[in-house]
Design a protein around this ligand. Structure first.
Ligand SMILES: C[S@@+](CC[C@H](N)C(=O)[O-])C[C@H]1O[C@@H](n2cnc3c(N)ncnc32)[C@H](O)[C@@H]1O
Length: 272
């Protein structure tokens, strides 16, 4: 039987939803000569797939910052750390979560991996783990690339977000061969056992899965700000060497050119 009141509620919700996105789309630049039917289709698509808005950096930033302000007023969950985690890691990163919830740098990791054809073709069916996202913006970038919410998992030493569970990269709380992609963005600098951390990344990746790892160039002088005591990372060879015999095809590598270019990054297929 049709429930009239439910139908009315649904109708009102739909009208409110449509009204909310019925903002005029610019008529300038590439939007000139775009007729009403295309404009309606665009509006409908946004209404039907609101997550597609996360493809816009400004939206990711606003949403991540607003949600961080909301959740950081409440409980922050934490995992007990061990001798493998550099001193000061959690305090430093909680401060970072407050100050830079809108730091959108992890999106570059996602862009690299989603350019890989075997990922791109099947992206909504792949299991992905983000290790150390700190704020939700990394997860929004992953979602925006086309991964499905129910296949995105995230662990960090502390968590305020319902999308993130507590966990340590040195003992990842998932079974062997659970993921097709693991993101490890700017996390290794906090590990005193980088080989052990990557061993865990390899363990939870499926054969042929892809690890995307990034860090900034680090030396005695450049590493004092975070007050951490991990091994310094200086180039992609050093990063790849952590994978040992498990390093397969390298899809992407990026090296620093000091003093201005700091990033070290690899996207490597795992052989096991
Ligand atoms: C510098 S932030 C990077 C945040 C984000 N991935 C990015 O690229 O901007 C490092 C994050 O890694 C987390 N982290 C550090 N050591 C970790 C460990 N052993 N296991 C899990 N997360 C860790 C920190 O708590 C922090 O949230």
């Amino acid at each position: 039987m049709i429930n009239l009141s439910q139908m009315l509620k649904e109708l009102v919700r739909n009208i409110v939803g449509l009204a909310a996105v019925a903002v005029p789309i610019s008529r300038r630049g590439p939007f000139r000569h775009v007729g009403g039917a295309a404009r309606r289709a665009i509006r409908f698509d946004i209404w039907a797939n609101p997550d597609s808005l996360l493809q816009m950096r400004k939206v990711r930033q606003q949403v991540a910052a607003a949600r961080a302000r909301h959740f950081l007023k409440g409980d922050i969950r934490m995992v007990g750390t061990n001798g493998k985690v550099a001193r000061g890691t959690v305090d430093h990163n909680i401060a970072g979560a407050r100050e830079s919830a809108d730091l959108d740098r992890p999106v570059v990791l996602v862009q690299v991996v989603s350019a890989i054809e075997k990922i791109r073709k099947n992206i909504s069916n792949l299991d992905v783990l983000s290790v150390g996202p700190r704020s939700e913006i990394e997860l929004f970038g992953i979602r925006a690339a086309g991964f499905s919410w129910n296949r995105i998992k995230a662990i960090d030493l502390f968590a305020y977000s319902p999308y993130v569970q507590t966990g340590d990269v040195h003992a990842i709380p998932f079974p062997d061969n659970s993921f097709d992609v693991v993101f490890l963005g700017w996390v290794l600098a906090y590990s005193k056992d980088q080989t052990g951390a990557i061993r865990e990344v390899v363990r939870v990746l499926r054969p042929g899965g892809i690890a995307v790892v990034a860090s900034d160039y680090s030396s005695e002088e450049t590493h004092t700000r975070a007050r951490v005591d991990s091994t310094h990372m200086q180039n992609s060879d050093q990063m790849l060497a952590l994978f040992g015999e498990h390093a397969g095809y390298v899809y992407f590598r990026h090296d620093p050119q000091m003093p201005d270019i700091h990033m070290i990054m690899i996207a490597v297929e795992v052989r096991k």
